[in-house]
Write a protein that binds this ligand. Structure first.
Ligand SMILES: Nc1nc2c(c(=O)[nH]1)N[C@H]1C(S)=C(S)[C@@H](COP(=O)(O)O)O[C@H]1N2
Ligand SMILES: [Mo]
Length: 202
């Protein structure tokens, strides 16, 4: 059969676990839209502290300078918004979540975590989803300081969940025994937010 006039079949990219790289119902964009409920804050509060509270052996807080002195990690991951856009190959630089977890030592009953922003935004995740290789407290994106609209100077990145779990303007983790819904989770967004299960809304 001549191939003339025929398109080569498009290979669907797979992840190492066999799932499609692009979750169901998502489309790809190379742009990076801004999605925020609140207005972009004017810079980081001068008294910003990272606050690690709740069910941990060692609650602590870090000033901005102390936080910036923690070891850095660079990771590349895909980003999936519940409103159906996805952006591949985002390179994030920041502090790995395990730098925080190993200092805090969550207690056995710490099943869930409330993620806090200094704007008042919150989002809840199971500790299992937070304590993972690809979770980063990001300070840079594709080599540039994180722009204020995208959560700069500091945001959380949890690539395997819809991005409403990746709080912009991040300032705290509250370890909890029982789950509690965060900002969007109280307003109709799915509590778990796994894109491959299309856990978008209740
Ligand atoms: N503080 C805060 N963080 C947030 C949001 C928000 O409204 N406020 N929106 C979430 C949603 S729904 C998405 S898709 C991503 C968008 O990140 P971006 O604006 O950098 O693309 O941020 C998440 N983190
Ligand atoms: Mo989103």
């Amino acid at each position: 059969m001549p191939l003339f006039g025929k398109k080569a079949p498009v290979e669907i990219e797979k992840r190492p676990d066999g799932l499609d790289r692009l979750p169901p119902g998502q489309y790809l964009t190379k742009k990076w839209p801004v999605l925020s409920y609140e207005r972009t804050p004017k810079g980081i509060p001068p008294d910003w502290k990272l606050k690690i509270t709740g069910k941990v052996e060692h609650p602590f807080s870090l000033t901005w300078e102390e936080f910036l002195a923690l070891p850095r990690t660079i990771l590349t991951s895909d980003f999936h918004c519940v409103t159906t856009w996805s952006r591949y190959d985002n390179t994030w630089e920041g502090v790995h979540i395990r730098e925080i977890l190993q200092r805090a030592k969550p207690l056995p009953e710490a099943n869930f975590v409330m993620v806090h922003s200094w704007t008042g935004y919150t989002t809840n995740v199971p500790l299992k989803d937070l304590d993972d290789d690809d979770v980063l407290i990001a300070l840079k994106h594709d080599g540039q300081d994180l722009e204020p609209d995208h959560g700069g100077p500091v945001r959380l990145i949890i690539p395997k969940l819809y991005a409403y779990k990746s709080a912009k303007w991040f300032d705290g983790l509250e370890f909890m025994e029982r789950d509690r819904p965060g900002f969007w989770e109280q307003r109709g967004y799915h509590n778990r937010a796994n894109p491959w299960e299309e856990e978008r809304y209740w």
